[in-house]
Ligand binder design. Structure first.
Ligand code: FDM
Length: 232
């Protein structure tokens, strides 16, 4: 199989500098000659995205299950764009700010106690990232950075729970990619890409440097496996 470009996701807690780090990585990839498509979930520009935007701004109310399915539908409506970009004849890397992992982490953290497996189900089969970088920050450091914003989930208690669910997701991703590594030495195995946690409580440039040290050799190498499917 000819080499293809990588699908990289950046996940992170609020105040982890996720958006800034995604922008820096994007810039560095382009400067290094890797044509890169930047995506973001939720993508608030689509019809579904507009419903999500209004919910997040508390301008509308929706059942917790219904909004969860909308977040997932928002990814599915762009799934073919991800795949087509990765398979484009001229190589284009896909860099994405949040993905299905946020979907699980946020819904499973709500008071409604929606089961983890239920949260994961609608995203099963989506294009799997080759690499997910999780930017971790303690609630204490997040507070020092000026507290949370205005949107619905930007509350300390919620963020603590979200961090715990991300911990569980990361643990499972690492365990499954280690199992895959026994059979294949390459980056993406059986749709289970690598999960790397980075301490984002440090200076911006230090974090950016660690991300670049991780990403640069991987994008140079590319992947020689088919695009994986999440959790299959
Ligand atoms: N969020 C994001 C979810 O609850 N589910 C999802 O599937 C995704 C992708 O939406 F609080 C939450 C996470 C965050 C909010 O994210 C909007 P941004 O990155 O602040 O736009």
């Amino acid at each position: 199989m000819p080499k293809r470009t990588l699908f990289i996701v950046i996940e992170g807690l609020d105040r982890s500098g996720k958006t800034t780090q995604t922008a820096i990585l994007h810039e560095r990839l382009v400067a290094a000659g890797h044509d890169t498509k930047l995506m973001k979930f939720p993508d608030r520009t689509t019809a579904i995205g507009k419903m999500i935007d209004s919910y997040l701004k508390s301008e509308s109310e929706l059942d917790d299950h219904a909004i969860h399915l909308l977040f997932s539908a928002n990814r599915w409506e762009l799934a073919s764009t991800i795949t087509q970009t990765l398979l484009h004849p001229s190589p284009i890397t896909v860099l994405c700010d949040r993905y299905a992992f946020s979907g699980i982490a946020f819904t499973a953290s709500k008071p409604a106690d929606i089961p983890f497996e239920w949260c994961r189900a609608p995203d099963v089969g989506l294009p799997a990232p080759d690499l997910t970088i999780f930017l971790d920050i303690s609630p204490e450091t997040a507070k020092e950075r000026g507290g949370y914003g205005e949107e619905r989930y930007e509350k300390e208690e919620m963020q603590r729970k979200v961090r715990a669910v991300f911990g569980r997701i990361g643990g499972e991703m690492i365990a499954s990619s280690e199992r895959g590594d026994e059979e294949h030495a390459s980056l993406a195995q059986g749709g289970r890409g690598r999960w790397v946690m980075i301490d984002a409580g440090r200076e911006c440039e230090e974090v950016a440097k660690e991300i670049w040290t991780l990403v640069e050799p991987l994008v140079k190498e590319g992947a020689d496996t088919p695009i994986g499917k999440l959790w299959i």
